[in-house]
Design a protein around this ligand. Structure first.
Ligand SMILES: Nc1ncnc2c1ncn2[C@@H]1O[C@H](COP(=O)(O)OP(=O)(O)OP(=O)(O)O)[C@@H](O)[C@H]1O
Length: 817
């Protein structure tokens, strides 16, 4: 589908006034002739080609340009009646051309009425349940009507664009294609817009639009429309309920069901099978299927947006070798449009979708429709599989059924004339991805969070199903299902008690799915306000945590459709979005997660879990206090002496006297003995003098040693220099620019030699100047005749030789400290 964004609200205006009036004159003649031809038309007569119908020149041109030549069954039966102004209930299989069956009569009837231009007002309104379908219909209208040269102005009202832009363009529109919510919003808020002159109302996917989900919107829209009008209803699963027809004030509608007598309700070229697989095996089977169908175009249906998001994210990480896409009602409109356009153009791709893509969408050449989650009813099944095998093409559909769903679902399908056969997956093609998913969820808290959400939303979707012959929550292996999603356990779900929950329990899923977020524009604002955000939601929104990256924030927020216009004023019974996607608001109000499996992000807020591990106290010799042992590992640690040291107190150093008696390192002298030695002050002075003397004596010794070492070093150097001067074969001459090798030789050999010589030199160096001795250099340098240590002279600062008694005192105190 092409992107209509640029044109959606722009009425097609005649460019040249003169040309228009000339055309009008020509059309006047044409119109009269057409009126007569339509009057004479016998709807029972079989027409095969479009050229056989009394159609205007522009329509004929448009059909020719789009290469539509022969009519399909539904077109052959519905178009003549609709041209004559009859109300129609049209039912025909998916992909059988219902769109043209109502678009051609719209163009023709408005043409004959000359409903052209601003003054003519709104002539026809087409309501579709999803934005994507409305866009698609608009594209066909442009292809046939616009290219053919019709002058009606047409617009698309689906939301996702500024409300005011639409308001400005609305006044001049003759045909609108819309979703219910947005249309109601304009009818109630755009003063310049009214539908008083409406001649034709069309509901595509009529049963869907008339079901509980859209009930309030549609009833409110009908209140704005004139009772005198032509109404056309189309669907592959048409409603015949009297109540529905009465709501629309249909006058003796013609019921056209071209395939009613057919043995199948689904296209003849569609091969349908089901695979019996426990819920916990579904993802394995899906992965295996995708692996063996990489060269195909596959559409995969699941029950909720959260399922779609999880499977898409997880499978993307696992790189299946086919391009993956995903679509659901909580994405932004631009993203949805981009995805449908991409999938339509792709030859090989796999699109994970909710029922937002189940109805009406005409993706070319889809090879497979896979239903991972059982559809809510046989009608939904029919629409889902109808995305393949369209207009005489072939297609295949596979439904995954849990053993608990098999009997009930097969019964329902049989009642609706859907032929389906069981098949089994080849054992050798089966792959298990459970461990891989567990690994991914373990490493990636975001994915784990999505898995938890997928789990809860799936459980909820089953719980609220009306058809309990098919959907029985207690028969599903939920623990195993959680494991299959990569979760270490099933998140506990609390089903809320109370009136609301009771009411919801028996509510059909449509009720959740009604306010198409595509149309959610009407009530979306309210739904958003009412949305309860849990502490986990807030936690995941925090931006200052490493794991909660922008990617994740994008992931959870981009899904929310933010195209919600201000001043929404229509009530919706429950927050939700199109086609079976209960949204977060419904999620939170209906179900709460009692226990979430903690991720690393959960830890700060997580409740304290009572520690039930056995504990005992062990007393260790030398330890300050008994030690608590609360694990086997801790107990084992006690066997290691090294580990035990940390529990023990530090030992005390002792010194032994000549008699072998131990004393502490610093022992207080007996006071009497101390006093007997003399006055303390004198003792101190005496001690300092003695210490200074010891240091001075030691210093003299050190100087003698140092002098001898320097002498030795000098002599060695002289010897070496002499040897170098004498020269010898193989000796190395070290020059400023590098080594010159007299004997030649290769670089590696030279390197080895150099290294050897360096070693010798180093040895000499070490022998002459042992590092230990260097400390003593403080006092040697004065005698350093050759100034060899000149570079270190600065280090002497602050270490002057003691000359006075005070110097000695200071030095002694320093030593004593
Ligand atoms: N007369 C025709 N000749 C050739 N192709 C046609 C004709 N009418 C419709 N088609 C093609 O058939 C395909 C299905 O048409 P359409 O989408 O109108 O089916 P539908 O009955 O509305 O399906 P669904 O029930 O799924 O909405 C489209 O690709 C359309 O272009």
């Amino acid at each position: 589908m092409a992107n209509p964004a640029t044109k959606q609200t722009k009425p097609t205006k005649p460019k040249n006034q003169a040309r228009t009036s000339l055309k009008r004159k020509r059309d006047d003649v044409d119109v009269e002739a057409l009126e007569k031809a339509v009057e004479d038309l016998d709807p029972k007569e079989v027409v095969t080609d479009f050229t056989d119908l009394p159609l205007s020149g522009p329509t004929k041109e448009g059909l020719k340009g789009a290469h539509f030549v022969t009519l399909t069954d539904i077109q052959a039966k519905a178009i003549p009646l609709a041209l004559k102004g009859a109300d129609i209930l049209g039912a025909a299989k998916t992909g059988s051309g219902k769109t043209l069956a109502f678009l051609i009569p719209i163009l023709e009837n408005l043409y004959r009425d000359q409903c052209i231009g601003r003054d003519a007002g709104l002539g026809a309104m087409v309501i579709a349940p999803t934005r994507e379908l409305a866009i698609q219909i608009f594209e066909v209208l442009k292809k046939v009507g616009g290219k053919g040269g019709h002058l009606h102005s047409a617009g698309l009202l689906i939301g996702g664009k500024p409300f005011q832009d639409e308001q400005n363009a609305l006044a001049g529109m003759n045909i609108v294609i819309c979703t219910p919510g947005r249309m109601l919003q304009h009818l109630s808020q755009t003063s310049s817009f009214n539908a008083d002159s409406l001649k034709m109302l069309v509901l595509d996917e009529a049963d869907r639009i008339l079901d509980m989900g859209f009930q309030k919107d549609v009833d409110a829209i009908i209140d704005y429309l004139p009772r005198e009008r032509q109404t056309l209803l189309f669907s592959a699963t048409q409603t015949k309920r009297v109540a529905d027809l009465a709501r629309l004030s249909l006058q003796d509608p013609e019921y056209i069901s071209v395939h009613e007598a057919a043995s199948k309700a689904t296209p003849t070229n569609l091969q349908q099978n089901y695979i019996l697989t426990p819920l916990s095996e579904k993802l394995n089977v899906l992965w295996s299927f995708i692996q063996s169908s990489k060269k195909s175009k596959i559409l995969v249906f699941m029950s909720s947006a959260k399922q779609v998001r999880f499977v898409y994210e997880a499978f993307c990480k696992m790189q299946p070798g086919i391009s993956l896409l995903h679509i659901h009602g909580r994405q932004k409109q631009t993203a949805r449009l981009e995805i449908t356009t991409k999938f339509a153009a792709a030859k090989m791709a796999c699109l994970f979708a909710t029922d937002v893509a189940a109805r009406g969408l005409d993706f070319p050449a889809v090879d497979w429709v896979v239903q991972v989650d059982c559809p809510e009813d046989a009608d939904t099944y029919i629409h889902r599989v109808g995305r393949t095998a369209r207009y005489n093409r072939e297609g295949r559909a596979v439904l995954f059924l849990d053993p608990s769903e098999e009997e009930g679902m097969l019964k329902r399908l049989e009642q609706k004339k859907v032929p389906i056969e069981a098949i089994k997956v080849k054992q050798k093609k089966q792959q298990s991805i459970t461990n891989q998913l567990a690994n991914l969820c373990f490493k990636d808290p975001q994915l784990k969070y999505l898995a938890q959400k997928a789990f809860t939303s799936y459980a909820k979707s089953i719980y609220i199903q009306k058809d309990k012959d098919i959907f029985q929550l207690d028969k599903l292996g939920l623990e195993e299902f959680a494991t299959s999603l990569g979760l270490p356990g099933a998140p506990r779900i609390k089903f809320m008690k109370g009136d609301n929950a009771h009411a919801l329990k028996n509510t059909p899923r449509q009720q959740f799915s009604e306010s198409d977020s595509s149309d959610g524009e009407v009530d979306g604002g309210k739904a958003k306000k009412a949305e309860v955000r849990t502490k986990y939601d807030r936690m995941f929104e925090r931006r200052n945590q490493d794991i909660l990256t922008d990617h994740y924030t994008k992931l959870i927020r981009e899904e929310d459709d933010s195209d919600i216009p201000p001043n929404s004023n229509t009530n919706k019974p429950l927050a939700g979005n199109s086609n079976g996607e209960a949204d977060d608001a419904a999620d939170e109000s209906f179900l709460t997660v009692k226990r979430r499996i903690p991720t690393s992000a959960d830890l700060p807020d997580h409740e304290e879990i009572p520690d039930k591990r056995p504990k005992k106290l062990v007393t260790i010799e030398g330890a300050k206090a008994p030690i608590l042992i609360d694990s086997k590992r801790a107990e084992k640690r006690l066997g290691s002496k090294k580990a035990l040291l940390k529990f023990k107190e530090k030992g005390t150093r002792l010194v032994f006297d000549d008699d072998g008696v131990a004393h502490p390192l610093y022992e207080m002298e007996d006071e009497d003995a101390f006093r007997a030695k003399g006055v303390p002050e004198e003792q101190r002075k005496r001690f300092i003098e003695e210490a200074a003397l010891r240091v001075a004596e030691q210093d003299v010794d050190d100087k003698v040693v140092a002098k001898a070492m320097r002498k030795e070093k000098r002599e060695k150097r002289k010897e070496r220099e002499k040897a170098e001067r004498d020269g010898g074969k193989g000796a190395v001459v070290v020059g400023g620019g590098g080594a010159e090798h007299e004997d030649g030789g290769d670089a590696f050999a030279d390197f080895v030699k150099d290294a050897q010589l360096s070693d010798v030199e180093q040895e000499e160096q070490t022998a002459v100047e042992p590092p230990k001795k260097r400390k003593k250099k403080w006092f040697e340098d004065d005698d350093d005749e050759n100034g060899e240590d000149g570079g270190r002279a600065s280090k002497k600062v602050g270490f002057a030789e003691p000359e006075t008694l005070e110097d000695l005192e200071r030095l002694a105190e320093g030593l004593l400290e």
